[in-house]
Design a protein around this ligand. Structure first.
Ligand SMILES: Nc1nc2c(ncn2[C@@H]2O[C@H](COP(=O)(O)OP(=O)(O)OP(=O)(O)O)[C@@H](O)[C@H]2O)c(=O)[nH]1
Ligand SMILES: [Mg+2]
Length: 343
């Protein structure tokens, strides 16, 4: 098992616009993270972060970016990415999938981190339902991120939106999704304090480093006396992505203020097995009392083979486990005519 050391142990890397935004918000919380870093093609993504933690991949302004083009553009930056992830025992790679940068680079950064010897966990934020055109890239990238990491936590933007108690206009959609994501991920990565019982890195990795995917279900259903209702909401959100009964392990994490009673926590945690109709599920829990009077329950459940994302990548469905030789594909800006002739 992993020993509980606190220095140079855990790094979190945010990739692309969503990844950078979410990780920069996480970096403001008291978590057991030793290093934050950011990689993106868009300089604007770095406005909330310390420039020394940012790796800006230069990209042409006159070309539409695709995941493979971004991978090609990132080739000269492999050394800097290695410096950012080198020496850490655990690296979390966080990205929204479906755009060019996060989809292209998250699997690549994950495999660089693995090469550097880290236990790598991908955290993939999946597109909203209305982002139909993003689904294909998101599905392909999720499969590659799974192959390049020891575990992958999937967070669905649709789930984050449902968990938000506020009426979401388009303008505040990302803000409220990020608030929910940061509460959920933050309560899994938080340090123990007098008022909070943290999940801890060992239990978190115990749930995440398994076959298949780990899904993060989230719900805010009212005040601190509504833990069981909120847990039921989080289970419903899992059910939208996969068959919740398949969960073999789960971490239930409650984020509220100090009025959250031990009785409410106990009730919610003990009900989890019956809520997913699988009493053999192994449940751990954590309580984070640094939040507000609005209780948010997050469930990280793992062991899922099939998810709704399998349909995002029809090619993988057709291949049914057989692999195409496409892992290293990268596009370059110049054409073949730039290469020296063989004759
Ligand atoms: N939760 C959340 N999702 C976001 C945010 N920004 C973008 N997304 C979602 O994340 C996915 C990828 O989008 P981006 O992060 O903007 O894409 P990118 O990786 O920067 O890639 P390009 O900008 O296309 O190069 C999409 O589903 C977006 O809806 C955000 O701040 N929060
Ligand atoms: Mg972007």
């Amino acid at each position: 098992m992993f020993d509980q050391k606190t220095t140079d142990e855990v790094a979190v890397i945010g990739i692309g616009s969503a990844g950078t935004r979410i990780v920069s918000l996480l970096s403001r919380k008291p978590l057991f993270i030793d290093r934050y870093a950011y990689v993106s093609c868009d300089a604007e993504d770095f406005s909330p972060v310390d420039p020394k933690d940012a790796i800006h991949i230069q990209s042409p302004i006159d070309q539409k970016l695709t995941p493979s083009l971004v991978r090609g553009l990132a080739l000269p930056y492999h050394g800097r990415i290695k410096e950012a992830v080198g020496g850490f025992k655990v690296v979390f790679v966080v990205a929204g999938l479906g755009g060019a940068t996060g989809s292209g680079l998250a699997p690549m950064v994950a495999s660089i981190a693995q090469e550097c010897g880290a236990t790598t966990v991908g955290v993939a934020v999946m597109p909203f339902e209305f982002e139909k055109r993003m689904k294909f890239y998101a599905g392909v990238s999720l499969r590659r991120l799974r192959a390049a990491s020891r575990g992958v936590v999937v967070v669905d933007n649709e789930t984050l939106m449902h968990s938000s108690p506020e009426e979401s206009t388009l303008a505040n959609l990302y803000d409220s999704a990020n608030k929910a994501a940061v509460k959920a991920l933050g309560s899994l990565l938080t340090k123990s304090t007098a008022a909070s019982k943290s999940v801890g890195l060992n239990k978190l990795l115990g749930a995440v480093l398994r076959d298949g995917y780990s899904l993060l279900g989230v719900s805010s259903n009212g005040g601190v006396e509504k833990a069981e209702d909120a847990l039921a909401g989080a289970v419903v959100s899992l059910g939208r992505i996969a068959d919740a009964r398949e969960a073999s392990r789960a971490v239930v994490s409650l984020n509220a203020d100090t009025n959250l009673s031990a009785q409410e926590v106990g009730l919610a945690v003990s009900r989890f097995g019956s809520l997913i109709d699988n009493q053999s599920v192994d449940v751990e829990y954590g309580v984070d009392c640094s939040g507000s009077s609005q209780l948010q329950v997050s469930v990280l459940a793992s062991g899922f083979g099939a998810t709704k994302y399998d349909d995002y990548d029809p090619l993988a469905k057709i291949l049914r486990g057989r692999v195409m030789d496409d892992d290293m594909d990268t596009s370059l800006l110049w054409g073949l005519e730039a290469l020296p002739s063989c004759g």
